[in-house]
Design a binder for this molecule. Structure first.
Ligand code: NIG
Ligand code: FE
Length: 428
């Protein structure tokens, strides 16, 4: 389904010209990235019209250079451009932050210990339940806007801090309101009612699973509030059989499927995702060889979240190299959330994926563009192909390798969503 803002005819156009390098992120895992030097990108009616070398610039696009003050032209000399970055895994709707827990973790408390005391996800649940929808929209808006500063043009956002029908729907409605703002990155909503067993169901987890399946899912699907359903399948969260029951029900409601799998314990969530034809299986820090083989043999995207291992001080990383070698399709995302990865800096995940998970630069760059788009079942994103959504990210860097090599430094100078600037560096 194409969101209305992208199907509406747009009169505006944009020419990004003089690029040191244009980086195409399609292709197989084993291919190097295709790059074009001294390049342009022409976007019309919200979609890519043409890309190529400056010397081949079509006359119709070249007329945008006639007036040096034409705001539709962007001088990108000394810069590289990629298809707009796609952050395919975030928990961006929450109330208060959890810096106090972070500080405790730095002094030795673990994420599991804090969760067992009723902190962690349950802290965020109590907090979110106390806020109304307007407040959530107001708190989440600047957090989403921050993604645009990091070159992100599409953000998947999960509910999952409500855990009652009313509070899950409230979170998803807040996402829907933010998704209507064309000045923000595009949002893809995911229902994660199965994020934790809420305390009021601690002694009857089966009843909570029934609530998710019998009340929440029908309401979410009937109102069209989510594209995906996700389940946190892990020790201390949902069992494999519960995840299967919830995801199978979600598929019957027509939702795409995702799963938080093998973040801490290898329960078999990745293989379940592959078997159910899920769009992605995410985290995978503790995935075993059978899980790797299952993902590799499927079209389920393996989503790697290198910020989470770092932020939780796990000292363990998802086996990105083994997944890539086995032939799995990879996405790389932030996992932005107040507990286990408090950052919107998707470009920073590129060096982390290379240095800690063993990905090549090409694999990591694909993971934050084309791979992220596949994890959201949106082949119209993450690609420079004419007709694809005109989403573009321009970095102040001369070579794509700098995204990993000059780590944490290349600045985003322009972020374009469907032909519209959603952020640019005012000094240029
Ligand atoms: O993806 N793993 C479960 N959920 C989140 C953490 C959410 C939180 O701590 O608030 C994650 O890491
Ligand atoms: Fe997550």
């Amino acid at each position: 389904m194409t969101p209305p803002e992208e199907s509406a005819a747009r009169d505006d156009e944009m020419l990004v010209h003089g690029l040191a390098q244009l980086v195409d992120s399609r292709g197989d895992v084993s291919d190097p990235l295709a790059t074009v030097g001294d390049a342009y990108v022409w976007i019309r009616n919200g979609r890519f019209a043409a890309t190529g070398r400056m010397r081949d610039l079509p006359p119709e696009a070249a007329r945008l250079l006639d007036d040096p003050d034409d705001p539709r032209a962007f001088d990108a000399s000394g810069c590289i451009a990629l298809p707009g970055l796609v952050d395919s895994h975030t928990h961006a709707v929450f109330g208060a932050t959890r810096a106090h827990e972070f500080e405790r973790r730095l002094s030795g408390a673990t994420y599991g210990e804090i969760a067992a005391e009723g902190g962690g996800i349950l802290f965020s649940v109590r907090d979110l339940r106390s806020r109304d929808e307007d407040e959530l929209v107001a708190l989440t808006h600047p957090r989403i806007a921050e993604f645009a500063r990091f070159g992100v043009t599409t953000v998947e956002v999960k509910s999952g801090y409500g855990l009652t029908a009313a509070d899950e729907l409230k979170s998803l409605r807040a996402i829907r309101r933010l998704a209507e703002d064309p000045g923000l990155p595009r949002l893809v909503p995911t229902f994660l009612g199965a994020h934790a067993i809420p305390p009021e169901f601690a002694s009857d987890r089966a009843a909570y699973v029934r609530l998710v399946i019998d009340e929440m899912l029908p309401a979410v699907a009937t109102d069209g509030l989510a594209d995906f359903c996700d389940v946190f399948c892990d020790e201390g969260a949902f069992r494999l059989d519960e995840a299967e029951e919830i995801l199978t029900a979600a598929a019957r409601w027509g939702l795409g499927l995702k799963i938080h799998a093998e973040e801490f314990q290898p329960l078999g969530g990745a293989a379940l995702a592959a078997r159910l034809g899920a769009a992605s299986a995410d985290h995978l820090i503790a995935i075993d060889p059978a899980g790797i083989a299952a993902l590799a043999a499927s079209s389920t995207v393996a989503t790697l979240l290198p910020g989470t291992s770092l932020f939780l001080k796990l000292g363990r990383h998802a086996p990105g190299r083994a997944l890539a070698d086995a032939g799995a399709t990879l996405a790389v995302a932030t996992d932005f959330n107040p507990g286990s990865s408090m950052t919107q800096n998707l470009p920073l995940m590129v060096p982390l994926a290379c240095l800690n998970l063993g990905l090549t630069i090409a694999e990591a760059v694909r993971g934050v563009t084309h791979g992220g788009a596949l994890a959201l079942a949106r082949p119209d994103l993450g690609s420079l192909e004419p007709g694809s959504s005109g989403d573009l990210t321009v970095f102040d860097a001369g070579d794509v390798r700098d995204l990993a090599y000059h780590y944490g430094v290349p600045r985003v100078v322009l972020t374009v969503r469907a032909g519209r600037r959603i952020w640019h560096d005012a000094s240029r």
